[in-house]
Structure formats: structure tokens, C-alpha cells
Design a protein around this ligand. Structure first.
Ligand SMILES: *Cc1c(COP(=O)(O)O)cnc(C)c1O
Length: 394
């Protein structure tokens, strides 16, 4: 089979394996383990598994393998390891490669649980972390300790204030110091940002977001070289138990078939919604990388080609006004997922980022009036009407 496939073909077909029944849809191999024809075969498999051989679902499973091959082909990495959640992927990518005495440089603006791993967990095991302003290349440069800094970590677009990190520039700085670049690419989506082409070594996703895209299951994945995935990540993941279940892998495989279409439709609506919100004087701020008003608009266009599927905006009147606005929404749901078919409004200061001290919230731009909107697959005009209904209450 020719493998110079374009993205949409890869998303539908890559990695598919068929059993002797020739089933059309990918099969869910809901099995914890595998039967060996002989004791000798069992012994041989524990020495080395090849191709279609499996031992135990925590190590790998045919359905999970199909998903790993499909996403690795999409990312342009040699291999991938599917995990039970996005956080298992972030933790697995970092902890599997780090040792006591290592140093990590990380962007400051992170998803709450990512921040917990970097701020609270790594230090317990003797890994030192320096936080920098992700958009300030001088801070990245100054924080590097050649030979000691083993990894840099950042979200290519931050949550919830949609600040971009220049993947190519930070990768160059990190590589000059001998550090691996680990990118959490969730907000940029695998469709819009090709992190590995830009220099990243390891890309992690919460597949709970755009890849499922329908709010059904938690999942994650770590993408990288075969050497990194099979020699560093797999031993850690398979012995600590954070592998993806075959049922989840099947959901993610189906999600991937429509991923390109969904992300492009959401991004188009996000631009329409952001443009409408930018003209509304009940808002003090609209943050969307696809608008020329975004301070990193040029970088967003170069790195993603679009503004993405998330919009953040700040209502005048603080928390009370923000609560009144989202309580009046009829189509857009109040929740904390993103990348879903259903549009979702989140009030970060009181939910996803509640744990942060007030000063840290302020420095990250998480103000009391800030609302994060994940634009879904509904009609953009209906979404704008819903948002106007909310803003009429502020
Ligand atoms: C949601 C999210 C995660 C965590 O993923 P889970 O699947 O919820 O474990 C990590 N990073 C980012 C940027 C996210 O949005």
C-alpha cells in the first residue's frame, strides 16, 4: 500500500488491522491477554514481541496499536504510546526520562494538573524545575543549563489565555543545551500544529479533547522516536499501569476519522465568533490568536495557519457579570472539557484554575471576568446569538 497519504486518508485508514473475518470497522479486542500455542511460543514472546504479537493489554493490544500507528503517522513520529488519560501521557513522557539531579525548564502558563506535576511532583524526586514566561525567548535561553537541563516542557498554546510558544525557536534553544523538547499540543490540535516538523522531540496529547471530540472517554498519547517510545516510555508505562484501554482506543480511532473535518469547522466558527465578540462593548478583552489584535497573531498564522478552536473573553463587571452571562446560555454548556462537538463555556478562575493563589492567577491573566469558550460544531450564528443572550445579562 502506498504511504504517501495526505492527512485525511491517514486519519481514516492508517494502522487498521483486520482479523481473519475481514471486518470493515476496526475491531475492539476486549481482552486482557493472549493465548500462546505452546510453552515454547510463550517463552519466545516474553523474550521479544514482533509485529502482531501481544502479551498483555497493559503492554499493548491490537486495537490500541491501531490507534498508536494512526496518530504516529499523523504526527510524523516513528512511534507512539497510548495512555489512560492526558495526564498519564504528560507524567509518562517526563518521569520516564528524568532522574534525580536533572533540571527541567517549563513555561509558567500550564494546565492545572501539568503545573502540579512540574511544581509538586518532580521536586520530590530530586528534579529541579525553572519556570519561564513561555513567550520570552530570552528567559528560555537564560534558564538553560547545558548538560543538566534534560527537558523543556510547554503547551504550544496555553490554557486559558491562549498564549503561544514559538516551537521552532524554543526547540533550537533547548537543543543547543542538549535538552529534549516535550510539547503538550492539545490547544493547537494535531491538525493545525506540526510540532515535530518545527523541532519538538516528543508530543503529548490529551485525546479526551479534539481527538475523541465527543466527550466520551479520557485518553492520552505520547508521540516520539521509536527509541524514545519503546526504550524509555514503554517500560515505564507498562510497569506502572497507565496504558489506554482497548475500548478507549477504539473510540479514539473513530474520533480520528473525522478529526480534520471537525477541527477545521470549529476553527472557522471560532474566527466568526471571536470577530463578533470583538465588536461587543460589554467585553473588556477578546483573546483569539486568529484576530490581528492578538499580540502573537503572526506567530499563530505561521505555526498553526488558523487561530484554533478556543476563544477567551473578559466581561466587564468581574465574576458576578461573568456568572450571569454563562448562566443565561442555552446552547453553550457550562463545563470544563474542550475540543468537543458541543460548545463549552468555562470560568477558569473558579474552576480549572481555582487552586492557584490570587497573585498567580493575576499574573497569568486569569481575571474574575474571564470566560474560556471551546467552540463546537453548532451553527456559528446560533452560538453568537447564545453569547449575546448571555451578554445581555451582564
Ligand atoms: C485536558 C488537558 C490535559 C489533561 O488531559 P486529561 O485527558 O484530562 O488527563 C493536559 N494538558 C492540557 C493542555 C489539557 O487541556
Amino acid at each position: 500500500m502506498s504511504k504517501d497519504w495526505k492527512t485525511r486518508t491517514t486519519l481514516v485508514h492508517e494502522g487498521s488491522r483486520r482479523s481473519q473475518y475481514g471486518e470493515m470497522a476496526e475491531a475492539i479486542f476486549l481482552t486482557q491477554g493472549f493465548v500462546y500455542p505452546t510453552a515454547e511460543a510463550a517463552e519466545a514472546r516474553f523474550v521479544k514481541t514482533e509485529g502482531d504479537e501481544f502479551i498483555y493489554a497493559r503492554y499493548g493490544n491490537p486495537t490500541t496499536r491501531m490507534f498508536e500507528e494512526r496518530i504516529a503517522a499523523l504526527e510524523g513520529t516513528e512511534d507512539a504510546f497510548a495512555t489512560a488519560s492526558g495526564m498519564a501521557a504528560v507524567n509518562g513522557a517526563l518521569v520516564s526520562m528524568l532522574r534525580a539531579g536533572d533540571h527541567v525548564v517549563s513555561a509558567r502558563a500550564l494546565f492545572g494538573s501539568c503545573l502540579y506535576i512540574l511544581e509538586e511532583i518532580l521536586g520530590r524526586y530530586g528534579v529541579e524545575v525553572t519556570f519561564v514566561d513561555g513567550a520570552d525567548l530570552d528567559q528560555w535561553r537564560a534558564a538553560m543549563r547545558p548538560g543538566v537541563t534534560k527537558a523543556v516542557f510547554f503547551e504550544s498554546m496555553s490554557n486559558p489565555t491562549l498564549e503561544l510558544v514559538d516551537i521552532a525557536a524554543v526547540s533550537e534553544i533547548a537543543h543547543a543545551a542538549g535538552a529534549l523538547v516535550v510539547v503538550d499540543n492539545v490547544f493547537s490540535t494535531p491538525i493545525f500544529s506540526r510540532a515535530v516538523d518545527l523541532g519538538a522531540d516528543v508530543v503529548v496529547y490529551s485525546t479526551t479533547k479534539h481527538i475523541d471530540g465527543q466527550g466520551r472517554a479520557l485518553g492520552g498519547v505520547i508521540c516520539g522516536t521509536q527509541e524514545f517510545i519503546r526504550k524509555v516510555v514503554e517500560p515505564y508505562m507498562k510497569h506502572t499501569g497507565g496504558s489506554m484501554s482497548p475500548f478507549t482506543a477504539w473510540i479514539m480511532l473513530n474520533g480520528m476519522a473525522t478529526l480534520d473535518l471537525r477541527c477545521r469547522a470549529m476553527a472557522e466558527s471560532a474566527l466568526t465568533v471571536a470577530t463578533a465578540l470583538a465588536a461587543d462593548d460589554r467585553l473588556s478583552k477578546v483573546i483569539f490568536p486568529g484576530l490581528a489584535s492578538h499580540p502573537q497573531h503572526d506567530l499563530a498564522m505561521a505555526q498553526m495557519g488558523v487561530g484554533g478552536t478556543m476563544v477567551a473573553f473578559e466581561v466587564k463587571g468581574g465574576k458576578e457579570a461573568a456568572f450571569r452571562a454563562i448562566n443565561a446560555l442555552e446552547i453553550i454548556k457550562i463545563s470544563n472539557n474542550l475540543g468537543d462537538a458541543k460548545s463549552i463555556a468555562t470560568h477558569p478562575a473558579t474552576t480549572t484554575h481555582q487552586r492557584l493563589p490570587e497573585a498567580q492567577k493575576a499574573s497569568l491573566g486569569i481575571t474574575p471576568g474571564l470566560i474560556r469558550l471551546s467552540v463546537g460544531l453548532e451553527d456559528a450564528g446560533d452560538l453568537i446569538a447564545d453569547l449575546k443572550r448571555g451578554l445581555d445579562r451582564v
